[in-house]
Design a protein around this ligand. Sequence first.
Ligand code: COA
Length: 321
Amino acid sequence: MSIRIMGTGSALPGRRVENREIVELVDTSDEWIRERTGIGSRHVSTGETVVALAADACGQALADAGRQAEEVELLLVATCSPEDVAPCMACQVQSRIGAGNAVAFDLNAACAGFLFALHTAWAYVEAGIYRNALIAGSEVLSKLVDWEDRGTCILFGDGAGAVYVEKCETGGILSFVQHADGSRGAVLAGGSRPLENPWAGQRDFQKFLRMDGREVFAFALRQVPLNVEEALGKAHLTVGDVELFVLHQANRRIIEGISKRLGADISLFPMNLDQVGNTSSAAIPLLLDQLNRKGKLRRGMRLVLSGFGAGLTCGACVMEW
Ligand code: COA
């Protein structure tokens, strides 16, 4: 038994910010950003929320699958940029889309969040607890980014992607791996609030995301190929059996490096980061939705999904579409 993706959806804020607009904020250039990251523009919220984006993407995923919101049994939202601590984003999405019969909660594993949520849904279904799930990755990272830090503000974008999955007897998701290394958390960290209570003294806090870009780059290049090989091994498959690698969209050079290390042609690695930048937990479902809508995914096709992010976290999944 496993789960199969039956429908996909995605949503982007209306405002698209080009590299040349970032050049007005920090000491950088369109050429540098394109050459070092592959990013040309990103969508930035001017009011769209994590909940609104996720609800939009979820509605589309359900429509694509031909299912009604009341049929959903589990609703997960992966995010590291929630508007509120309570109620969680998933409960707010549930209320918006009318998925009143679902159990709903959030999950944060930063950019690997969608994969971790997909794995969670798979485990619930495998355990016989639920038969289907609606899973969104949704981020408005623009509120956590320091728009004066050229090392990070060029990279991230806002958006959401969602998938609706159902229990299946054959095919679907074939294997999963996921890992976390909290000892390396400082490599990409921040977005905290000050400790404010009558007894606490002044403490340091990191309002904005801070990142050691080179460390993250090296981590991704080393870890993603290992995760992909591990997941393929669990599914008794090899790199040659994979028809598409849908990777976290962080940096074109990282994806190119991974394709070389795996010995798989770069044409098998679709990318959209030129248009949307790094949308964190939304990146993989957003790209999946774009591929699905373009008719690039056919039933039975073998895909690998793999992501990495703050934590540090990483994971991979092998599936038959
Ligand atoms: N524009 C122009 N110059 C920049 C710049 C920018 N936006 N950002 C950094 N630089 C400069 C640096 O200050 C450095 O200058 P120096 O040599 O005078 O010190 C030089 O460019 C090279 O910096 P470096 O950090 O080595 O660049 P890089 O090739 O590693 O690219 C990143 C930087 C951030 C694009 C790259 O490391 C990266 O993408 N890392 C992964 C980040 C990521 O994916 N994070 C999310 C994980 S989910």
